[in-house]
Each structure stands twice: as structure tokens, then as C-alpha cells.
Design a protein around this ligand. Structure first.
Ligand SMILES: [Zn+2]
Length: 119
């Protein structure tokens, strides 16, 4: 059996903007992907429930509110997840990431985005 003996690098991990994250943040963003999968599973559950909305056994349920709750829950989970590495320097005291070196979607909007100012 042919074996190259080459240690394969684990697949690169990307942030929410599609950029490969630094090695030291890889596990964090893998965890993000794990939880994001759960968010997608919640969406499937939400759609399955919605498909039953006209059944008599769902007639006494406030389906619109239930679906809103699902949407809110998914958003709340997704918003807390790692979105992108922070842009602060290695040893900088950073008010945005507080030393985590990654930011969620809300914190991401606080980072300087070069190019946007020129619009
Ligand atoms: Zn930072």
C-alpha cells in the first residue's frame, strides 16, 4: 500500500467572511461551525413545524408567535458566535475583543473597515 508519509494539514477553517483564520483561532472557529450547524437544525425544525400549521392539532397554537420565537432564538445564538478574528495586535489591550482575539458579528461592525470610509 502506498503511503506518502506526508502529514496532511487539517483543512483550513474560515471565518464568517470567508477568510482563513489564524492557527491559534482554528478551534474557536471550528466550535462556531459546530454551533452554526445547530442553528441550521433549528431552522429545519422551524420549517417542519410551519408545514403543519393548518393541521387541526395545531389550530390552538399561536403559530406566528412560535415561528417568531424560533427566528429570535436562531438570531440570538448566531449573533453570539465568533464572526471574525479581531484586528488588534498580538499584545494590544483591546476594548473590542477584550483579549479573546475574535469578535462576534456585532463587535465586528465596531472594527475599522478600511475602504468603507472612501464611499
Ligand atoms: Zn481585539
Amino acid at each position: 500500500m502506498a503511503h506518502s508519509g506526508v502529514q496532511h494539514e487539517p483543512r483550513p477553517t474560515h471565518d464568517a467572511t470567508g477568510v482563513i483564520v489564524p492557527l491559534r483561532l482554528r478551534e474557536i472557529f471550528r466550535g462556531r461551525n459546530r454551533v452554526f450547524k445547530i442553528v441550521e437544525e433549528l431552522e429545519v425544525v422551524q420549517h417542519n413545524l410551519h408545514a403543519l400549521k393548518d393541521m387541526e392539532y395545531c389550530s390552538q397554537m399561536n403559530m406566528a408567535e412560535v415561528l417568531r420565537d424560533f427566528k429570535r432564538l436562531r438570531l440570538r445564538i448566531a449573533q453570539g458566535l465568533p464572526f471574525s478574528p479581531c484586528q488588534c495586535r498580538a499584545n494590544a489591550v483591546c476594548e473590542i475583543c477584550k483579549g479573546r482575539k475574535w469578535v462576534n458579528a456585532t463587535q465586528y461592525l465596531l472594527l475599522p473597515h478600511p475602504g468603507l470610509g472612501a464611499m
